[in-house]
Structures are given as structure tokens and as C-alpha cells.
Design a protein around this ligand. Structure first.
Ligand code: SAH
Length: 222
């Protein structure tokens, strides 16, 4: 594994710079997000056969019918989270539902103090754990579980991000959102939109943003 970090070396550094330039052109303006995306090697999260395509702006297969989200979507969700009341000050505790290959979890771990990532497919998560270990992300914890239940043992969260689309926001996730916390999640089946929910002392405030395309949020574990 360590050879994968050093192997592509300079090439991945340069292709990452191009990826970040593209993100800027696509409208990502948060410098903290751009600098973290510059620093996290994306190729170690995909199969070696696909490593050369890791920095393209596309979703790639990671096995089990799942995909690694396209860089723009990862950046956009991170940027939206960072605009939440509690997270705009830096620090913060974040829950990610849908670890997949672990790329977004790694990006979040370089941005926030504590990150918990939940995945329903055990095998995907073991691979994500390995990559996270390689990057020495000590503030990132994984749990093999159904993220529709949230993660009560670590709640409340200042930020919750869901990487799979559901027909509605699971109630457990709203319960586990701190006051001042923000949730970002794709909602819908064929026509999906990003939903942003902020919790304040007087309740939940909802906004509907960009049209998106995510794999479905499923119940139970495998
Ligand atoms: N965050 C990933 C994207 C993963 S794709 C990235 O960095 O690219 C979405 C993931 O959500 C899939 O791995 C899928 O298995 C997972 N998923 C779907 N429903 C889930 C649920 N209820 N709980 C946890 N994970 C779920």
C-alpha cells in the first residue's frame, strides 16, 4: 500500500492541482475545502486498475454496485457543511453516512476535529479503514452499521452528511443533529436534490439546492 502513496508521486500531485483548478471553475470558492482536496490522494481509494482515472470529474465504480462520488460533489457537500453555524468556527464533530471507499471521510477528517463514518457494506468499509490508516487519520472512526439510525453513541453532531439518496431525511439523523448543526443530504429517487437542514434553538430550517445523482440509501447491513 505505501508504494501506492509514493508510486504515482509527482503525477498525482499535478493531476490533483488540475482537479482543484477545475473545482474552482465549477464554483467551489472555499479555500479550506480546495486546500484539503489538494492534499488528499484520491487514487489510493480506488482499484489500482482505475487509479489513473482517479482525478477525473466522474464517479467511479468501487465494487458492490457502489461508486466513489465525483470530486465536485464531495467539495460541494464539504463547502455546505462548513457554512453550518457550529462548523463555520472550525473544529466540530461530523457524521458521514455512506463511507464507500472512504475518500470523502478522509477529506472531512482533514477539515473537522472528529469524524464518524458509517457504512452498511462491511467489505467496503474494511478497505476504507486501510486507506485511512495509510493516511494516519487518527480523528476518523468507522462503524459498520445502518446509517439510517445515525450513530447515537457519538451524537449530537455539528454536521451530518449523507452520501446516498433517500426519499426523506431519516428522523434519527434529525434527532442526532446538535443545535447549530447542519445536515446535507440528497433526497429523491430519479430526480434528486441536495437538501440542507439547519437546526436552531427554535427548530429545523430547510433549503433545497442543486440537482444531484447518488446511489440509493438502503436499510440494514450486509
Ligand atoms: N462517501 C463516498 C461515497 C459512497 S457511495 C465517497 O467518498 O465517494 C454511498 C455509500 O452509501 C455506498 O457505499 C452505500 O453502501 C452506502 N449506504 C447506502 N445506504 C446506507 C445506509 N443506510 N447506511 C450506511 N451506508 C449506506
Amino acid at each position: 500500500m505505501s508504494s501506492r502513496l509514493s508510486g504515482i508521486g509527482m503525477t498525482s500531485e499535478r493531476t490533483r492541482t488540475r482537479m482543484v483548478e477545475r473545482l474552482r471553475q465549477q464554483g467551489i470558492g472555499d479555500e479550506a475545502v480546495l486546500s484539503v482536496m489538494q492534499s488528499v490522494p484520491r487514487h489510493i481509494f480506488v482499484d489500482e486498475a482505475l487509479a489513473s482515472r482517479a482525478y477525473e470529474d466522474s464517479a467511479l465504480p468501487i465494487g458492490h454496485g457502489q461508486t466513489i462520488s465525483q470530486p465536485y460533489v464531495v467539495a460541494r457537500m464539504a463547502e455546505l457543511l462548513r457554512q453550518g453555524a457550529n462548523l463555520s468556527r472550525g473544529g466540530g464533530r461530523v457524521l458521514e453516512v455512506g463511507t464507500g471507499c472512504g475518500y470523502q471521510a478522509a477529506v472531512l477528517a482533514r477539515m473537522f476535529s472528529e469524524v464518524y463514518s458509517v457504512e452498511r457494506i462491511g467489505e467496503l468499509q474494511s478497505r476504507a479503514r486501510k486507506a485511512a490508516r495509510e493516511l494516519r487519520l487518527l480523528n476518523l472512526r468507522f462503524k459498520h452499521a445502518d446509517g439510517m439510525q445515525g450513530l447515537a453513541e457519538a451524537a449530537p453532531f455539528d454536521g451530518i452528511t449523507v452520501a446516498a439518496a433517500g426519499m426523506r431525511v431519516p428522523p434519527a439523523l434529525l434527532e442526532q443533529l446538535a443545535v447549530g448543526g447542519r445536515l446535507v443530504m440528497p433526497v429523491g429517487s430519479n430526480d434528486q436534490v441536495l437538501r440542507v437542514i439547519d437546526r436552531t434553538a427554535d427548530g429545523f430550517h430547510e433549503q433545497t439546492l442543486d440537482a444531484v445523482r447518488f446511489v440509493p440509501l438502503l436499510a440494514g447491513i450486509e
